[in-house]
Design a protein around this ligand. Structure first.
Ligand SMILES: Cc1cc2nc3c(=O)[nH]c(=O)nc-3n(C[C@H](O)[C@H](O)[C@H](O)COP(=O)(O)OP(=O)(O)OC[C@H]3O[C@@H](n4cnc5c(N)ncnc54)[C@H](O)[C@@H]3O)c2cc1C
Ligand code: SF4
Length: 350
């Protein structure tokens, strides 16, 4: 019998990996630095998820209960890995509570960090209270507080959602597309329209990337059924005329300057590499890719592997990912860890 598999990170990817391993009869130690499991959808209070329309607290909350109640899983929240030594089949992790865990393999499912909009100051976040982020709007919906302007609690009559904030922006060193924010924004726009039928919602975009089957259900439905308006624009700045916020820039279809007033402006924030990645790279001795995510040397044949044998990776730790792909990668990493663990046991017996 192999030693436990250590799973670091209890978001969708880590929960999926832990559950798959545990259901296969493999003992798991799951550590997460936060005080509760669930990753970004739970910790950031997401509302209804794309594409299932389930509330995050139900969908991901169900995954959390399945892992927390599993007899093969030991959960350690509020915990990090400080030291990690050894070889496949015989790793030893020293945890931040001082305890040591012997592990046959490890899965890094440490996810991402939301882009901090203060790094895009010309778009008004941090200056004007009614410039908010998609995660804040998700929280307004998921807590039942309703969509309200933070400055005075009024319901907005005009909302602008600005796409690609902290993504596809070489000037601030983030050239990747965060993959899901077009679809999430179209979904939020429809939710706002349902909650506030008199509110006009505009989406400012460079390109729309409601990829795959999301095109009909989100891009077209938001326009045709919910009357959300799309403006192809290059945004220069978000300012205020004292009464309303002004989104200024150029309409790139008609090539004219525009300045349009809004009550609330929403930044569709992207997915940065986890701020811990440099530390994780040093502790686990794994390479990062050129963007700062955990590197995957092989795309197909050895897809869950990192640069270090016996250490696997899944989910948004590897780059912007959706929840369903993170869950699938968690399962793939679980299989890779099982194969690694069983082969080291077999080699020792031979
Ligand atoms: C605004 C917004 C809305 C979104 N909505 C959707 C949606 O509707 N549908 C969809 O498919 N995707 C959505 N996404 C993407 C979704 O958030 C990710 O796909 C998903 O969270 C990735 O799961 P993960 O487990 O890989 O990472 P995470 O959810 O980031 O979880 C990582 C976990 O690792 C833990 N951790 C991090 N560092 C350490 C460390 N050093 N030691 C120990 N633990 C650590 C964290 O505490 C966390 O629990 C959205 C993204 C954004 C930005
Ligand atoms: S998914 Fe859309 S909003 Fe997000 S970075 Fe890509 S193009 Fe921009």
């Amino acid at each position: 019998m192999s030693k436990p598999v250590l799973v670091v990170g209890g978001g969708p990817a880590g929960l999926s990996a832990a559950r798959a391993l545990a259901d296969a009869g493999q003992a798991v130690v799951l550590v997460d630095k936060e005080d509760r499991l669930g990753g970004a959808p739970i910790l950031s209070g997401y509302a209804k998820l794309v594409p299932s329309h389930e509330w995050a607290k139900d969908a991901i909350g169900g995954m959390v209960s399945g892992v927390e109640g599993h007899k093969m899983v030991t959960v350690k929240t509020g915990t990090k890995v400080d030291k990690f030594d050894g070889d496949p089949g015989n790793f030893v992790a020293t945890l931040s509570d001082g305890s040591k865990v012997e592990a046959s393999a490890t899965i890094l499912a440490t996810g991402f960090t939301h882009f901090d909009s203060v790094n895009k100051p010309e778009w008004g976040f941090g200056t004007y209270p009614d410039v908010v982020t998609t995660t804040q709007v998700e929280q307004m919906l998921s807590t039942g507080a309703g969509v309200k302007c933070p400055s005075d609690g009024r319901e907005p009559e005009r909302v602008a959602i600005l796409l690609c904030v902290g993504s596809r922006d070489r000037q601030i060193g983030r050239e990747w597309c965060s993959k899901i924010c077009c679809t999430v924004s179209a979904n939020l726009a429809m939710e706002i329209r349902e909650q506030l039928p008199n509110c006009n919602v505009y989406i400012y975009y460079m390109d729309i990337r409601t990829f795959g089957l999301y095109e009909g259900e989100y891009y077209w439905a938001s326009q045709e059924e919910h009357k959300v308006k799309y403006i192809k624009a290059r945004i220069a700045e978000v300012t205020s005329d004292g009464k309303r916020l002004l989104v200024k820039g150029e309409d790139t279809l008609v090539k004219r300057p525009i300045s349009i007033p809004f009550d609330m402006v929403v930044h569709a924030v992207g997915m940065d590499p986890n701020v811990d990645n440099m530390t994780l790279s040093a502790i686990f001795n794994v390479d990062l890719n050129k963007y700062g995510y955990i590197g995957k040397p092989s795309t197909y044949a050895h897809m869950s592997e990192t640069s270090r044998p016996g250490v696997f990776v899944a989910g948004a730790a590897t780059g912007p990912e959706t929840i369903d792909d993170s869950i699938a990668q968690g399962k793939a990493a679980a299989i890779a860890a099982l194969i690694s663990a069983s082969s080291t046991v077999r080699e020792a017996a031979e």
